[in-house]
Design a protein around this ligand. Structure first.
Ligand code: GLP
Length: 245
C-alpha cells in the first residue's frame, strides 16, 4: 500500500484530487465509486471548483456509491442519496442515468444479495474507489466481523458507528440501525482504491489497517490484500504510524 502523510485535511483533499483528476483525464468514462461521511467533503468541494473552472469534465463518468441507510426515504436529508446530490452530483455535469446506488428497496424487501454486483459487472466493474474509514476500522458499512469475500448485503450497524454518526441526526434514536453496503469482496474488485482519513479519532484504525495482521476485527486491514491501494492521511490520523512505515 502506498501511504501519503499530509499536513492537514485540506492537503489530504488536494492529494486525493490529483489522483482522481489523473484517473478521469486518462479515462473520461471512468467508473468511480464514491463515499459519504465528512472526510471526503473537502475533496468534493475541490472537484466542484475544478469543474466550475472547466478543468474536469464528468459527462462520461459512471458513479457508484458504497452504501445507504435502510429505513430512510431517499429524499430524507440524512440519506446518502441526498448527501451525494447536495455535496457533489447537483454541482457537476455527471449524467443522472450514470449514477448508481444499491437498490435499497430490493435489499430491504427481498434481501437480494448480489444484485448490486450484477449492476456493477454489467457496467464494466469499478476503476477507482474512494473510501473513508470508521473509528472501529469499518469501510463503507462493513463493521468488524465482516469477511473478505462479503458482497453487497443488509447489515446491522454497531453501537460505535451509531454513536459516531449520531452527530448528523437530531438524536441517537434517529440513526438508522441497518444499512445496505457493498461488501469487502466487492470493494476489493475495484482496480484502484484510495482511502482518506483525517483527525486523531482515526489514528488507531489507521494503525490497525496498515501495521496489524489482516483481520476481520479491522475490516480495512483487508486492503492489505489488494495490489493498488493508496492511503492519504493527515498528521493527526498518522500519529501512531509515523516512523513505523
Ligand atoms: C460512515 C460511512 C463510511 C464512512 C464513515 C466515516 O459510516 N458509511 O463510508 O467512511 O462513516 O465517516 P466520517 O468521514 O464522517 O468520519
Amino acid at each position: 500500500m502506498k501511504v501519503y502523510i499530509e499536513k492537514d485535511a485540506l492537503a489530504v483533499a488536494q492529494k486525493a484530487l490529483s489522483l482522481i483528476k489523473n484517473q478521469i483525464t486518462k479515462k473520461a468514462d471512468s467508473r468511480i465509486c464514491f463515499a459519504t461521511g465528512s472526510t471526503p467533503l473537502d475533496l468534493y468541494k475541490l472537484l466542484i471548483e475544478d469543474y466550475q473552472k472547466g478543468k474536469i469534465d464528468f459527462s462520461k463518468m459512471v458513479t457508484f456509491n458504497l452504501d445507504e441507510y435502510l429505513g430512510l426515504d431517499l429524499k430524507n436529508e440524512h440519506s446518502y442519496h441526498y448527501f451525494m446530490d447536495h455535496n457533489l452530483f447537483n454541482h457537476i455535469n455527471v449524467k443522472r442515468e450514470n449514477i448508481n446506488f444499491p437498490d435499497v428497496k430490493k435489499y430491504e424487501k427481498e434481501h437480494q444479495n448480489g444484485s448490486y454486483e450484477q449492476v456493477i459487472e454489467k457496467l464494466g466493474g469499478i476503476d477507482f474507489t474512494i473510501l473513508g474509514i470508521g473509528e472501529n476500522g469499518h469501510i463503507a458499512f462493513n463493521e468488524p466481523g465482516s469477511q473478505e469475500q462479503d458482497i453487497t448485503r443488509v447489515v446491522d450497524l454497531t453501537e460505535s458507528t451509531i454513536n459516531a454518526n449520531k452527530r448528523f441526526f437530531a438524536s441517537e434514536k434517529d440513526v438508522p440501525r441497518k444499512a445496505v453496503t457493498m461488501g469487502i469482496g466487492t470493494i476489493l474488485k475495484s482496480k484502484k482504491i484510495m482511502l482518506l482519513a483525517t483527525g486523531p479519532k482515526k489514528a488507531q484504525a489507521i494503525y490497525d489497517t496498515l501495521l496489524k495482521p489482516v483481520s476481520s476485527n479491522c475490516p480495512a486491514s483487508f486492503l492489505q490484500n489488494h495490489k493498488d491501494v493508496t492511503i492519504i492521511v493527515d498528521e493527526l490520523s498518522a500519529k501512531l504510524i509515523k516512523n513505523k512505515i
